[in-house]
Each structure stands twice: as C-alpha cells, then as structure tokens.
Design a protein around this ligand. Structure first.
Ligand code: TRP
Length: 354
C-alpha cells in the first residue's frame, strides 16, 4: 500500500470584493499551509461565469484575488498562484468528469439548489456542472488536501465519488498502462489513479457576521458597505466601520454564556479572537465587564494593525498590475506543465489517440 504525495489545492472565485470573512476563513489558512506543503492556489475565473455570464471587470477581480493572496503572505515562487482559465486542462478533465458523474449525484448538490433559486430551468448548465469542474481543478494535479469552508464539504464528497468511479471503471486500463498506486479506501484496497481528496476544515472556522446585523454572514453582496470590512479598506474606513458596528447597550460578559442571544457582541468578540489568534474565552477574560466604548477602540487598533499591512500592500499591487500579471503568467505556466502530465495519462487511460 502506498499514498499519494500530499498536495494542497484551493480556489477562490473572483466575484465581488474580498472581505474580512474571506481573509479569516480562507486566505489566512492558505498562508499557514504553505509551510512544509506543496500548495497550489487558484483564482477560479471559469467558475465566475456559472452564476453570472457578463462581468464589468472580471480581469480586475481576478487580479485583486491574486493580490490578496500575495499581500497576505503567500509565496508565489515556492507555491503556485494562477488563474484557472490559463490552464485549459481543467476544462478538459471536467468534460471527462461530466461523463463520470451521474445526474442523480448532481441533483443532490445543495449549493446548486440555493444558487439556482426557484427558477431552476433558467440556471446555466455551467452552474449545474460546477462541482464537476471543481473536482477537475483539484484532481488535475492529483491534489489530496483542500482547505475550504464547511459549505464546500459536499462538493468534495462529490469529488471523491467521481475519483472513485473513475478509478473503478477504468481500473483495467489504469493497471495496463502502469499508472496509479494501491491505496486503501475505508478497508478496501483500491488501485487508484486519482486520490480521495480530504477537506481541511480545521477547528470551528470563525463565522464572521455582518457588522450591521449579527444574524447575517458578512457578505460581499450586502448593499451596506458598513456591514463588512473589505480587504481594500484603509485604516480610516476600518476604524469607522468598527466604531459604527451595531451593538447592544450592555457591557461585555466575563463568560462565554453571556454572549448567548447577543449576536452582535458575539461577532465582535469572535473577530477580535480570530485576529489576535486567541479564543473568545481569552478575550472575555480580558474585556469582561467593560463597555463597548472601551472594547471597540481596542478592536480598531488590533484590526488596523493586523490588516493595514495587507490592505496597503494590496492597494499597492493593484496600482501597477504588471507584477501581479507576471506572477499569474509564471504560475499559469508551471500549473499547465503539471496538469499536462496528468492529462497525457488520462487521455491514454480513457482511450483517446495522441
Ligand atoms: N467552490 C469553491 C467556493 O465557492 C471555489 C472552488 C472552485 C474551489 N474550485 C475549487 C475550492 C477547488 C477548492 C478547490 O468557495
């Protein structure tokens, strides 16, 4: 028995401005994972067409995600940072996966149901096939570990189902060609070409909520810009938004139980904890009994100190985009070379000529 080489892959869609929730929930994890791992981070621009065909400034959006990666500390030399459409092998493998995946599997995807809304007949075929492209994104590099939010777990299960069916349906071809390795899945020995991808959802990822309504997730589509801290906000904007954040009249409790039924207070404490790399219990030990008039300025200081190096660097990178474009070009070339190794073998396995 052997194991696939560990490879971390993740993707972020270039739709809407990145905010604090994206940073704390995803990008910060990507940065931590680069130590000791082979990592590929992708701006999934092809996915951006699934829900909305025409975008005002898709190129700018792609660059700003890449800029956020770099500004947050992802090393594009040690790792690969690129945009999906630069590697057509993703789409090529996705087609094969469309033929592996069953309609019944796709019908179970809750994100499709949510995104398609009531009028499902009017959703794009791309939105329906989205999880199959996502599986291809990862498996074209034979990726093994995927840092994602909870909402993407079902898509990763689908990626495993696709990998498994491909491995089993083509088992003989895979063996004959001398590809693949022997792994165990559960208790079962399987000769596998594609690995079984695993989600990396470490701990309870901080759910960052709107600054205007603690019961709603911080979201790029919220009409109120005061509801979120954008990764392009400067220190003044960050400070203003935290000062104006909704709270209740009480002070902070000393115990975690005291946050129950106080979603706004809970959110601000959670944001403080995440930014300071502490637990909410630690934060309450420090601020319990204090008023928001004391806590908010402390949160402003912490947020500005932690975020302004990133937001400043992002703005700098977006002023002259040649540096970002060069990073994406180089990343695209290196990704393409790796994806082509897989696709050469996959074409051989399925029986295509050449
Ligand atoms: N579906 C992911 C999201 O909405 C984005 C994504 C596309 C992705 N391809 C991926 C994430 C591959 C991880 C791996 O967040």
């Amino acid at each position: 028995m052997s194991e696939f080489k560990k490879l971390v892959f993740s993707g972020v869609q270039p739709t809407g401005n990145l905010h604090l929730g994206n940073y704390l929930g995803a990008i910060r994890k990507f940065v931590a994972l680069q130590d000791g791992n082979d990592c590929i981070y992708c701006v999934v621009d092809m996915h951006a067409l699934t829900a909305q065909l025409v975008h005002d400034d898709l190129r700018g959006q792609i660059r700003s995600i890449a800029a956020a990666f770099i500004a947050s500390g992802i090393d594009p030399v040690k790792n690969i940072v690129f945009n999906q459409s630069a590697v057509p092998q993703h789409a090529e493998l996705a087609w094969i996966f469309n033929c592996v995946a069953r309609i019944g599997w796709m019908n179970r995807m809750t994100q499709f149901k949510d995104k398609a809304g009531k009028d499902r007949e009017q959703a794009s075929l791309g939105l329906y096939a989205y999880p199959s492209l996502m599986a291809a994104d990862i498996l074209v590099y034979r990726g093994t570990h995927v840092p994602v939010g909870d909402d993407q777990k079902q898509h990763l299960e689908l990626a495993r189902d696709i990998a498994m069916k491909f491995n089993l349906d083509y088992a003989e071809h895979i063996r004959k060609a001398g590809y693949g390795i022997d792994i165990t899945v559960g208790e079962e020995p399987v000769h596998a070409y594609f690995p079984m991808v695993e989600p990396l959802i470490d701990g309870p990822a901080p759910r960052v909520m709107s600054l205007r309504d603690g019961s709603k997730k911080m979201s790029k589509s919220d009409p109120s810009d005061l509801s979120r801290i954008n990764l392009m906000d400067d220190a003044d904007a960050i400070s203003k938004k935290i000062r104006k954040a909704k709270t209740d009249p009480d002070g902070l409790p000393s115990e975690i139980d005291g946050l129950k039924g106080r979603p706004e207070a809970d959110n601000l404490v959670g944001i403080y904890a995440a930014l300071a790399d502490k637990t909410k219990i630690d934060v309450l030990a420090e601020f319990g009994g204090q008023q928001f008039s004391v806590f908010k300025p402390a949160l402003v200081d912490l947020a500005v100190n932690t975020l302004s190096p990133i937001t400043g660097e992002m703005r700098r990178l977006m002023e002259d985009t040649s540096h970002i474009d060069a990073i994406l070009k180089d990343g695209g070339e290196r990704a393409r070379a790796r994806a082509e190794v897989t696709m050469n073998e996959v074409r051989d396995i399925v029986g295509f000529l050449g």
